[in-house]
Design a protein around this ligand. Structure first.
Ligand SMILES: *Cc1c(COP(=O)(O)O)cnc(C)c1O
Length: 413
């Protein structure tokens, strides 16, 4: 029996239907069943596809017939994930990539050319920062960094014609926000495409396209898989841009997502709303727990009223997210004693996982940017970033209390 994909794609709602809600799209969006009527999404673990005839191959390459060609160009399992994520995000189109960095790189390099100008927020994920500060200038692209919280800095940077704006909100690791609607307006007036890295907020807690972004990028390695298994990335935007600008770049440079990894991420998405919901609730609770402890100098959590941009967070996001950043008294020594005393929370630079993870940015993820840049971003030596997982929050608080005691005892005069 041959497998002929059938047309059934919930998520691309038919006219007149009420649009499906996120929890439903996460389970059903984009699913396409073969004639075997499998329950789960089929895994088409194949690099290529075969044709009925030489004529069909010719027609496929001429573009007069639709047929799968090669998994670097597209794959049915990967396409199910693209449709599911596009439906969830409210985007016209989506393309998957092998990693989150491949997604950011593709969005930038597909759009830019020598002589263009890029404006980016300073607080970017380390590798995104490298692409903007080091890679793009090699190819004759002028790049300007601005302090993301400072609207006047954006206004002045965007007073010259600009091809692209890249920003991350909330940012890693200090959870600073960018006033996306205001920056998008300035960016559009300067002629720029607005690209937003929405990893920290997830598609559930912030909707950049509705806030003015043109393109949204994800590392699916984080919450979308969310169980520490695979790397993946996604770029979402308008059909015209995705098909005419992004797709030729992806097809010819080849950062394709493995169908197996796409399948894992599809299954991860089925539980995304449950996981992010629980992790978001625990993170808010843990932020309050840490704020009440005297070993902690400061807590950063977008939905904590102490966050300097609390009002903006309430405007942009529907939850504070799954990460909590805090600063211990006693600098690096206290931070290391804290991490080493933990028994439940793992020391790891990943985030968005079912397992809670702790990171000391100054010596790991943000080591390479140097002390000056860290100081500019407020990443002190006592700063720790906690990615809150799915454990019982009471157990996490016990573990964090263990860490805080160790941080204090080791350093107490
Ligand atoms: C992890 C991450 C990336 C890069 O994603 P990879 O899947 O690791 O390549 C980009 N931006 C942010 C904000 C991230 O957290």
């Amino acid at each position: 029996m041959s497998v002929t994909p059938l047309e059934s794609s919930p998520g691309t709602a038919s006219p007149g239907d009420r649009p499906l809600r996120p929890a439903t799209l996460l389970v059903r969006g984009g699913t396409e069943r073969s004639n075997f009527r499998e329950t789960s999404e089929a895994l088409f673990l194949t690099s290529g596809f075969v044709y009925e005839s030489a004529e069909q191959a010719e027609a496929t390459f001429a573009g007069t017939e639709q047929h799968w060609v090669y998994s670097r160009f597209g794959n049915p399992t990967v396409a199910m994930l693209e449709r599911r994520l596009a439906a969830l995000e409210g985007a016209e189109a989506c393309r998957m990539t092998a990693t989150g960095m491949a997604a950011v790189n593709a969005a930038l390099l597909a759009h830019l050319k020598a002589g263009d100008r890029v404006v980016a927020s300073r607080a970017l994920f380390g590798s995104c920062h490298w692409i903007v500060s080091t890679l793009l200038p090699r190819f004759g692209v002028e790049t300007v960094f601005v302090e993301g919280r400072d609207l006047d800095a954006w206004r002045s940077a965007l007073s010259s014609p600009t091809a692209l704006v890249l920003l991350e909100t909330p940012s890693n690791p200090m959870l600073d926000l960018v006033d996306l609607p205001a920056v998008a307006e300035l960016a559009h007036a300067a002629g720029a495409l607005v690209v937003v890295d929405n990893v920290f907020a997830t598609p559930l807690l912030q909707r950049p396209l509705e806030l003015g972004a043109d393109v949204v990028v994800y590392s699916c390695t984080k919450h979308l898989d969310g169980q520490g298994r695979v790397l993946g990335g996604a770029v979402l935007g308008r059909t015209r841009w995705v098909e005419d600008i992004l797709q030729p770049f992806l097809r010819n440079t080849g950062p394709a997502l493995s169908p197996f990894n796409a399948w894992v991420i599809l299954k991860g998405m089925e539980t995304l709303a449950l996981r992010v919901g629980a992790m978001n609730t625990s993170a808010a609770r843990i932020a309050a727990f840490l704020e009440a402890r005297r070993e902690v100098l400061a807590v950063r959590y977008p939905f904590a009223p102490s966050h300097p941009q609390y009002a903006l967070a309430q405007r942009l996001m529907t939850g504070g997210g799954t990460l909590v950043t805090f600063e211990l008294a006693g600098g690096k020594e206290a931070a290391f004693r804290f991490c080493d005393a933990l028994k439940l929370v793992d020391i790891s630079n990943n985030l968005g996982d079912a397992k809670s993870l702790i990171t000391h940015p100054a010596t790991t993820t943000h080591y390479r940017i140097g002390a000056d840049e860290r100081a500019r971003l407020g990443i002190g030596d006592g700063v720790l970033r906690l990615s809150v997982g799915l454990e019982d929050p009471a157990d996490l608080e016990d573990d964090l209390a263990r860490g805080l005691n160790a941080a204090r005892e080791g350093g107490a005069p």
